[in-house]
Ligand binder design. Sequence first.
Ligand code: FES
Length: 63
Amino acid sequence: MKTIVLEKDKKYSICTCGLSKALPFCDNTHRSFNEKYRTNYKSVKIIPNEKIELEISSSTWKK
Ligand code: FES
């Protein structure tokens, strides 16, 4: 579980593949992984309409 603060009206990309070096954010590592292993990981885009603190996790992220 990671706690992050997201700013109003800013676009964030959240990693779903678990390979990003900037977890929980996507750093586009999924692109080369998808190409090599024929998977289809994509990030989740979030644009908060107010400043929020968010607790977030994914089963693909290392603990
Ligand atoms: S690096 Fe994991 S979804 Fe982009």
